[in-house]
Write a protein that binds this ligand. Structure first.
Ligand code: HMG
Ligand code: MG
Length: 325
């Protein structure tokens, strides 16, 4: 990865939509993924295999996965699709769609086919506080790690990379703003030792500030965690996401999660608003002379389209300004 390239993980179709109260038609979700694919984004988290009782909005992720595998969206650059899952049940549900397709069309044997299957990755998630882990996944932090062992070993057998999220790393809705950075580091080390390919450190509540972000990143470095193994996932609840992004860029981090139009919120983090808007992140990175590969005009159009489609206001300043030019 070139030093001046910033990799963006677009989480809009998953984190962005999971908290919407009205059921969004699966065709709209697929169209969102297809439109995002044409903007130059290279990684899209497209859905989750969680309990539909807990997060009803994600119940049709299997349909989205099947659609993407059957007719990979046309894209400006090759795309990796990520799928979030909390337990072996989620992995089984994912695999029933994925294995059906991959056993008929092997990704490797079919390397020169006209439309090879898109790259696929799995995401697992735990949190830096016990209260949030209980509210989000009904288990303790240690139990969440134990759930990951069989997921990780099966993912390795299938050659599927695994990203691991650590939620509430900069503030918890139940335990307050002062989350211990050493706990985040300890978890990140455990997840990497278990075989995670990337850790996405999440500011679920948006309580992060520039000094807290710097302290967390120093603590992660001191624990021996490489910058290339980290992504940062900022929610913009207090409007601090871009400030914290600059701190992280200065620290050498080059992967950031974002959601088009600033969609989103976590169902188990009361009051949390969306992720940092992808358009704003792209504008920031380009303003610093670095590259994302993303066409901000095309992306701004997608942000405006999905906001109208689901009846939300477009939360991206750069998106709206780009469209008004
Ligand atoms: P539980 O109730 O303790 O689990 O939930 P259970 O094993 O007792 O299962 C309850 C029912 O769900 C059973 O069905 C299971 O079969 C079913 P029943 O027998 O009652 O009919 N079930 C499932 N169904 C489909 N897919 C599955 C699955 N697992 C069980 N994977 C559980 C435990 C982990 C399942 C639940 O708490 C859960 O699904 N939690 C997910 C919550 C979630 O999706 N949160 C949002 C995503 S994380 C996030 O947004 C943060 C992030 O963006 C970073 C950040 O910003 O912080 C990543
Ligand atoms: Mg999130």
């Amino acid at each position: 990865r070139a030093a001046d390239f910033v990799r963006i993980v677009e989480v809009g179709p998953r984190d962005g939509l999971q908290n919407e109260k009205t059921s969004i038609p699966v065709d709209t979700k697929i169209e969102l993924v297809e439109r995002l694919a044409q903007t130059g984004l290279r990684t899209i988290e497209a859905g989750s295999f969680v309990s539909p009782k807990w997060v009803p909005q994600m119940a049709n992720s299997s349909d989205i996965l099947q659609h993407i595998l059957a007719s990979p969206p046309k894209s400006a650059a090759p795309i990796t699709y990520q799928w979030l899952l909390p337990n072996v049940r989620g992995l089984d549900n994912f695999l029933s769609a994925w294995e059906a397709k991959t056993s008929s069309t092997s990704m490797k044997d079919n390397a020169d086919s006209a439309s090879p299957l898109p790259e696929t990755e799995l995401s697992i998630f735990t949190a830096a506080t016990e209260s949030f882990t209980q509210k989000n996944t009904n288990c303790s932090i240690d139990e969440s790690l134990a759930r990951f062992e069989p997921i990780m070993s099966r993912a390795k057998d299938l050659d599927l990379p695994v990203r691991a999220y650590i939620s509430v790393a900069l503030g918890c809705p139940y335990e307050g703003p002062n989350v211990d950075p050493h706990k985040v580091a300890e978890l990140a080390v455990s997840l990497l030792e278990m075989g995670a390919d990337e850790i996405s450190v999440a500011d679920t509540t948006g309580m992060g500030t520039a000094p807290k972000t710097a302290e967390l990143l120093k603590t992660l470095s001191a624990a021996g965690i490489e910058k290339n193994d980290l992504a940062l996932h900022f929610h913009d609840t207090y409007g601090m996401a871009l400030v914290n992004t600059v701190v992280a860029l200065e620290h050498g981090i080059r992967t950031f999660d974002a959601a088009v139009a600033g969609l989103g919120g976590c169902p188990f983090s009361p009051g949390a608003t969306g992720n940092v808007a992808t358009e704003d992140l792209v504008h920031l990175v380009h303003s610093l002379g670095a590259k994302t590969g993303v066409d901000i005009e095309k992306l701004a159009e997608v942000g405006e389209w999905i906001s109208k489609e689901i009846g939300r206001s477009n939360e991206s300043s750069a998106g709206k300004a780009t469209l008004a030019r």
